[in-house]
Ligand binder design. Structure first.
Ligand SMILES: Cc1ncc(COP(=O)(O)O)c(C=O)c1O
Length: 414
């Protein structure tokens, strides 16, 4: 993708990727297994540490799905999911016929509120007579959740935790890599993530036995016979050896990418310091060490932005993030819960200036598709959704780009 537009987080190649891809062709490993897959997993295991094992998969969504299966989630079960997230955290719960129960965020990290989590567990046990089968906290925009408190509550009720670290690769809490606290950790290597395999993901597993089980489900649950014998339902979720070659190349620059996202955060901090009404979201305590996958800002409700009287006048064409060119015509320009007019006006103004920005993710408990689901809310994620905007943060964003972006923000404030 070559253009002068400044994107949120475009993929950036190390130059090593083609070597590993060529090797795959030269050795005829053009399948969803092989030397690149094994080596990429080894690189990831080295990176995450904690003696964890990693399975490379076709997407982060597949990783959530398989983690749920490994936690024994079945039709009729409930799974607690952070509401403030991308739909891939909760959708796989429904693939299994189980119900996502949403828990709101706390205002500092923007991730799962541990107090509300315990309230939800206690209430679900009272209402349904059984415990939720798993808990899925998320590292939204890379920001570490209050994982220590979440783990203590999960241990108290003996419920497994699946950390959704799809956006949080390389973030740390108390120095430990996010995704290594719970029973399972989800990673994504989609084109817009910290590193990419074009599309892909991984599941961080507690040990070799769990890894073997995940690989079994990821390869159609084939039993050990000379012919196809299936005693369970499996999936075709293994990462291709070609894509894993891209991943190996990307692992050579992962630390650089993380450092760059943090550098971009520092620039936003410096340049936005004197801009009233625009607040950058940063590590709330010294325990959190975000990868700043996406830098995000909140706009004060009383901030006025040029063109806000025209916000939402037009129906937007095309889904957020492109969605591979898929369009699904919206019925109207409005929904019953949307970002404030000043946020939409800023998004539109930046768009005209060649800058991609994006509203914060709309919480799952406010999505029509999950309207009937139980939700334990405190208003935090809804308020953030209405006020927030994600700004370009990826490895292709230069210092000059950040200066230009902040300048465009300033000139559009009335
Ligand atoms: C929070 C979160 N969870 C899960 C996913 C799913 O990852 P993938 O796109 O690789 O399926 C994503 C990203 O797309 C995400 O942002």
């Amino acid at each position: 993708m070559v253009s002068n537009r400044i994107y949120l987080c475009l993929a950036h190649m190390s130059g090593q990727e083609q070597k590993y891809i060529q090797e795959a062709f030269d050795t005829n490993w053009v399948v969803p297994l092989g030397p690149n897959v094994n080596a990429f997993e080894a690189d990831l295991e080295h990176f995450v540490g904690q003696d964890k094992k990693v399975v490379a998969l076709s997407s982060g969504t597949a990783a959530v799905h398989l983690a749920l299966i490994a936690c024994g989630v079945k039709a009729g079960d409930e799974v607690i999911v952070q509401s403030f997230t991308f739909c891939a955290s909760s959708n796989p719960v429904t693939y299994l016929g189980a119900t996502p129960v949403f828990v709101d965020s706390e205002a500092e990290s923007w991730n799962m509120d541990p107090v509300l989590l315990e309230e939800a567990i206690v209430d679900r046990m009272k209402v349904t007579g059984k415990k939720p089968k798993a808990i899925i906290p998320v590292y939204l925009y890379g920001m570490p959740a209050r994982i220590e408190e979440i783990m203590l509550i999960a241990a108290k009720y003996d419920i497994p935790v699946i950390e959704d670290a799809a956006e949080g690769l390389g973030s740390r809490y108390d120095g430990q890599v996010c995704g290594t606290f719970g029973k399972f950790g989800v990673l994504s290597f989609n084109g817009n993530k910290m590193i990419t395999t074009s599309g892909g993901g991984a599941l961080i597993c507690p040990d070799e036995e769990a890894k073997q089980k995940i690989m079994f489900y990821a390869t159609q649950a084939r039993e050990s016979y000379p012919y196809y014998q299936h005693e369970e339902i499996g999936y075709n979720y293994r990462l291709s050896n070609i894509c894993a070659g891209i991943g190996r190349g990307q692992m050579t620059v992962i630390e650089e990418h993380i450092a760059h996202h943090r550098h971009v955060c520092g620039l936003y901090r410096e340049l936005l310091a004197d801009v009233d009404g625009v607040e950058l979201h940063e590590n709330p305590t010294s325990r959190q060490d975000s990868n700043y996958w996406l830098n995000t800002v909140l706009l004060s409700e009383d901030l006025h932005v040029k063109g806000e009287e025209h916000a939402y006048e037009q129906v937007v064409h095309g889904a957020v993030g492109g969605a591979a060119g898929v369009t699904h015509q919206a019925a109207s320009a409005h929904t019953d819960c949307e970002p404030n007019a000043n946020v939409e006006a800023m998004r539109m103004a930046l768009d005209v200036a060649g800058i991609e920005s994006r509203p914060l993710w709309k919480p799952m408990h406010l999505q029509p598709v999950f309207r009937q689901n139980p939700a334990y809310t405190n208003g935090v994620s809804e308020a953030l959704f209405k006020r927030g905007l994600c700004l370009p943060s990826g490895p292709c964003v230069t210092d000059d780009d950040v200066a230009y972006i902040v300048n465009q923000i300033k000139v559009n404030i009335l």
